[in-house]
Ligand binder design. Sequence first.
Ligand code: SF4
Length: 227
Amino acid sequence: MSKRLRDKAVKIDLLLEELYGVPQPGKNVNVLDELILTLLSHNTNDINRDKGYAELRKHYPTWEVVRKTPRKKIENAIRIAGLAPAKSGYIKDTLDFISDNWGKLDLNWICKKDPQWVEDTFTQVKGIGVKTINVVLSFACNADRFPVDTHINRICARLGLVPENSPPEKTYKLMADIFPKGKAFSFHINIITHGRKTCKARNPLCAECNLKKHCSYYKKIKLSTSQ
Ligand code: SF4
């Protein structure tokens, strides 16, 4: 079963690479910056996330200053990113967690740690979920981790890589065994791109999709329209 799904994922990955290339993670990404940026990205778009992050850095240029600033002021600075009361708390809790445990507000060292240890350790902080920490591991540390958000979840389910109603947490566990090894970052980014361009949440553009040969959802709708 898993081998069949792994082979299918490899074929899908190659088709996506033909369409969108092989995206590479950034170089010398500051891990703590990436973590705060990812916390700001919850339930918003990239533009408002980036605006919220820029405002935060403009008013409070170091993480130590952010940590010592009253939460309400942080909330005001990041308001455009949405869910500001919750996110300001997550940011403060994260900075306190790092400061209390390791002193210095720097996380670049986690890239040298076992990713599973990093996941287990940082998901103890309110607001840092499995998806968030694996985005950081993948994007900032180039770890071969495949984070699953609602978009990735939808497309993996439609493709038949995971069961139809699999929740993101379960999909994350299943996909850990299925995604092409060494390709987590590019596979993740290309699936996100495919979701934006073709496999949209509503009205996926199946007729023009290069993946339809491998897609369970497409086979199902084709079957239902031919009956
Ligand atoms: S065939 Fe349709 S459902 Fe399947 S991946 Fe393509 S757009 Fe998505």
